[in-house]
Design a protein around this ligand. Structure first.
Ligand SMILES: Cc1cc2nc3c(=O)[nH]c(=O)nc-3n(C[C@H](O)[C@H](O)[C@H](O)COP(=O)(O)O)c2cc1C
Length: 174
């Protein structure tokens, strides 16, 4: 975790440019592209060999990362909206596609890859409201209660929507 103090300034991302990073099977960063280093404000020496929680924003609910890890560790891909913290305290919202890289001979995880791109303001409005509710539940109760709330929220949206495609749905809808 970083000691960066968040401020309220947003970094606006360019369209059609991806922030890419890769990790080994333990989640330690092995690669990041130039746009990732530029936006995060960290140089490669500060990133390679570290966890992505260096850019974790304190507004992010823990349950989202719990579900993310459960999913990618079981070899399944997932998309998620994430709010990240830059080295100078600014924040940026991204739509992230997480992919698991598997050794096809042994079916074991080699590592993970994330492609991040900009997301519409309307989608951020919906998701940030949901995330702040989840965060509040985590603070006042615990992560299990937040997970329960999230499941109920998804159920209320209809049986075709689950955590994996909720964010796709929001993305398309807005
Ligand atoms: C390929 C990959 C990319 C990730 N990208 C991010 C990211 O952009 N922001 C983030 O906060 N966490 C990201 N994570 C999740 C972090 O590893 C971590 O679980 C999260 O920041 C929560 O921190 P914690 O595990 O210390 O609670 C990523 C994980 C993987 C495997």
């Amino acid at each position: 975790m970083s000691n960066v103090i968040p401020n309220k300034e947003e970094i606006v991302l360019e369209n059609n440019r991806y922030l890419v990073s890769e990790t080994d099977a333990n989640g330690l960063i092995t690669y990041c592209n130039d746009y990732f280093t530029q936006i995060s404000g960290y140089n490669r020496e500060e990133l390679i060999g570290h966890q992505h929680n260096i850019i974790r924003h304190p507004d992010m609910p823990r349950v989202i990362f719990k579900l993310l890890w459960e999913r990618i560790q079981s070899g399944k891909n997932i998309n998620a909206v994430v709010k990240n913290l830059a080295k100078d305290g600014k924040f940026y919202w991204i739509f992230t596609e997480f992919k698991t890289r598997l050794d096809l001979d042994t079916n074991s995880v080699i590592g993970y890859t994330a492609h991040r791109k900009t997301i519409s303001h309307d989608a951020v409005e919906v998701i940030s409201e949901l995330y702040s509710k989840l965060k509040k539940i985590e603070q006042e109760e615990n992560m299990d209660a937040a997970e329960k709330y999230l499941n109920e929220y998804l159920q209320a949206k209809g049986s075709k929507i689950n955590f994996v495609n909720l964010l796709d749905h929001i993305h398309k809808f807005y």
